[in-house]
Design a protein around this ligand. Structure first.
Ligand code: 3HC
Length: 317
C-alpha cells in the first residue's frame, strides 16, 4: 500500500476513535510529535520535583512533610511512566535524558520559578497541579493508547496533589494575618505563570492544529486555560484571596471569565531558558544524574549477570 493509502487508513482510525497502539503503523510525524510531547511531559514531572523538594525538610508539620514527600515521589513515578510511554514509540531513554540535561529539550515553564515560602507549596498543588489535571484529564482521551492509559493512573494521583495544596492554602487563609498574607503573596506570584502552563495562545501555537486533527489534543490551549480560570476563581473566593488580575470579570454573555493580557514576552523568555531558575534547575538535574550513575551501573551489571546466567542454563539444558 502507498504511504498515502496508509495515512488515509490511519486518519480513518483516528476519526473512528480507535486507539493507536505501539506496534501499529503511524505517520512518522505523528510518532515524532508524540515523542516530543511525551518526553517533555516526562521532563516536566522530573524537574517539577525540584521546587517542591526544596521544602521537604522545612515542612511545618510531620503531616505536611509526609504529604509533600508522597507527592514528590509520585512525580518521579509519573516521569518514569511517561519516559516508558515515549520508549514505546522507539525513543531511547538515554537520548531523552541527554536532551533534557543539555537544554535541548523543553520542560514546563512553570518549574522555573522559585518557591520562596511554604505557601508556594500550597499554591503549586492548588494551581500548578490543578492546571496539570485540566490538561491531563483531556489527555486520558488522546489517540495514542499507551499515553492515554498512562494518564488515567497519573490523574488519580494528581487529584490528591491538588487537594493537599488547596488544603494548605485553606489553613493559611484561615490562619493569622501573616499566614493569610503569605497565601496571597504566593497566589500573586503563581497565578500568571500557571496560566502560561497551557502553552501559547492558539494563534501562536505551532502544533495545536495538527495535534487536534490527530486527536492528540482534544481541546486547544486557550480552551483549557479558560476552563481552568472559570473553575479556579470560585476557589480563590472561598479562600478569601484576590486573583492578581484587575481585568478578571464574569461575562454573562459568554459564560466565561474575561481576563487580562498574559505577558507572552515573559513566557517565551522562560521557555528560552532565561527564567528565574532555569539554570539552577538544569544544574540540579545534572547533579542528580551524576550522583545516580552508580545505581544505573549496578542495575545494568546485575541485569547482565542474570542474562549471562540464564544463557548458561539454557546451554547446559
Ligand atoms: N513550557 C515550556 N514550553 C512550552 C509550554 C510551557 N508551558 N507550552 C508550550 N511550550 C512549547 C511547546 O513544547 C512547543 O515547543 P516545541 O515545538 O519545541 O516542543 C512550543 O512551545 C509551541 O507550543 P504548542 O502549544 O504549539 O505545543 P503543544 O501542542 O505541544 O502544546 C502543551 C503544549 C499543552 C504543554 C502540550 O505539549 C501538552 O499537553 N503536554 C503534555 C502535558 C505537559 O507537558 N504538562 C506540563 C506540566 S506537567 C506537570 O505539571 C506535572 C504535575 O505533576 C505538576
Amino acid at each position: 500500500m502507498s504511504t498515502h493509502d496508509l495515512e488515509q487508513i490511519f486518519q480513518e482510525r483516528i476519526d473512528a476513535e480507535i486507539k493507536i497502539e505501539a506496534k501499529e503503523w503511524m505517520p512518522d510525524a505523528y510518532r515524532k510529535t508524540l515523542i516530543r510531547q511525551i518526553s517533555q511531559h516526562a521532563h516536566s514531572e522530573i524537574v517539577g520535583m525540584l521546587p517542591e523538594g526544596n521544602w521537604i525538610t522545612r515542612a511545618p508539620s510531620l503531616r505536611r512533610k509526609v504529604a509533600l514527600l508522597a507527592k514528590v515521589q509520585d512525580e518521579a513515578g509519573h516521569g518514569l511512566y511517561l519516559y516508558s510511554a515515549a520508549e514505546t514509540l522507539g525513543a531511547e531513554r538515554d537520548d531523552l535524558i541527554e536532551q533534557l540535561l543539555t537544554g535541548k529539550a523543553k520542560y514546563s515553564s512553570i518549574f522555573n520559578y522559585p518557591t520562596v515560602s511554604w505557601a508556594d507549596i500550597g499554591a503549586i498543588g492548588w494551581l500548578v497541579d490543578g492546571a496539570a489535571i485540566m490538561n491531563q484529564v483531556m489527555l486520558t482521551r488522546t489517540s495514542y493508547g499507551p499515553y492515554a492509559r498512562a494518564m488515567v493512573r497519573i490523574c488519580k494521583e494528581e487529584s490528591f496533589h491538588q487537594r493537599q495544596g488547596y488544603e494548605i492554602m485553606l489553613a493559611l487563609s484561615n490562619g493569622t494575618e501573616a499566614q493569610k498574607n503569605m497565601a496571597q503573596d504566593a497566589l500573586n506570584r503563581w497565578w500568571w505563570p500557571s496560566l502560561m502552563m497551557f502553552g501559547p495562545s492558539d494563534k501562536e501555537s505551532s502544533h495545536t492544529e495538527q495535534s487536534m486533527r490527530w486527536k492528540i489534543k482534544r481541546k486547544s490551549n486557550d480552551e483549557l486555560r479558560q476552563q481552568f480560570i472559570n473553575q479556579t476563581v470560585g476557589q480563590a473566593d472561598f479562600l478569601g484571596l484576590t486573583i492578581p488580575d484587575p481585568d478578571l470579570k464574569w461575562n454573562e454573555a459568554t459564560g466565561n471569565y474575561d481576563f487580562g493580557a498574559i505577558d507572552w514576552e515573559e513566557f517565551w523568555n522562560v521557555v528560552k531558558g532565561n527564567g528565574p531558575c532555569n539554570k539552577e534547575r538544569i544544574r540540579a538535574s545534572i547533579k542528580a544524574h551524576e550522583d545516580g550513575a552508580w545505581v544505573r551501573e549496578a542495575a545494568l551489571a546485575h541485569a547482565e549477570k542474570r542474562s549471562a546466567r540464564a544463557a548458561q542454563k539454557t546451554q547446559v539444558a
